[in-house]
Ligand binder design. Structure first.
Ligand SMILES: CC(C)(COP(=O)(O)OP(=O)(O)OC[C@H]1O[C@@H](n2cnc3c(N)ncnc32)[C@H](O)[C@@H]1OP(=O)(O)O)[C@@H](O)C(=O)NCCC(=O)NCCS
Length: 194
């Protein structure tokens, strides 16, 4: 379902689920990211086939994507990925990506809030965020949005330039995270997410 949101600078965006039909908007969005932002993503998002393969994973009901659109243009994207394995069914991994011109305008925070709600709907109680060490902006965003628990695996993943990077895993309980962000958004009725 689509809903309108306003950034703090009053820019209006529409948030809605992303489907496979949005592939062109997604490719424009990914290809428009600056190279340094793309360098630390886990896949080559400029490769349409790779992106299509990931979108196909939504068919199984474990991957969810939401987008913030200005008109038909995708300006920020968020995802929740649930593990297939039963022993981790209480967990979800969230990710947020914002296009250059929209960075530092509050879109990342708003998408995170939506992803917390989506996590509750999917009966996830613990969410994690994986970043590479240089993704300082994402780590700060996560801290601001209530993530305080960080584990670091040194030299664990390879960036798009082939350089080994430390992996930062940040973890939080969804209900505690929602409580923590009430200072920005006022009291949140998490029951309304269900
Ligand atoms: C990281 C990212 C998602 C943040 O989204 P955003 O919309 O720019 O962030 P917001 O405007 O909501 O910022 C919220 C807070 O996050 C932190 N933050 C965001 N970008 C930051 C940056 N470049 N440097 C330092 N802190 C940053 C700040 O604490 C900021 O609050 P402030 O502006 O009041 O200081 C976005 O910049 C992005 O997509 N970066 C490239 C890709 C990436 O690293 N994705 C994360 C993968 S999990």
């Amino acid at each position: 379902m689509a809903k309108s949101i306003k950034l703090p600078d009053a820019t209006e965006l529409t948030i809605r689920d992303i489907s496979k039909k949005d592939i062109d908007a997604l490719m424009n969005f990914f290809c428009g990211l600056n190279a340094e932002d793309r360098r630390y993503l886990r896949i080559d998002v400029t490769n349409r086939k790779t992106v299509e393969q990931r979108l196909n994973l939504m068919d199984f009901g474990y991957h969810f994507r939401i987008g913030a659109f200005q008109g038909d243009t995708l300006v920020a994207e968020g995802s929740l990925e649930l593990p297939f394995e039963e022993w981790r069914r209480n967990q979800g991994e969230i990710r947020v990506l914002v296009s250059g011109p929209f960075q530092r305008r509050g879109a990342g925070m708003l998408l995170m809030k939506e992803l917390y709600c989506l996590s509750l709907r999917q009966k996830v109680d613990t969410v994690v965020i994986w970043t590479m060490k240089p993704q300082v902006g994402a780590q700060n965003l996560a801290r601001k949005m209530g993530f305080h628990d960080v584990s670091i695996l040194p030299d664990y993943v390879r960036d798009q330039d082939g350089v080994m990077q430390d992996l930062f895993i940040m973890k939080g309980g969804v209900k505690a995270l929602m409580k923590e962000i009430e200072k920005y958004y006022g009291e949140l009725d998490w029951q309304s997410c269900l």
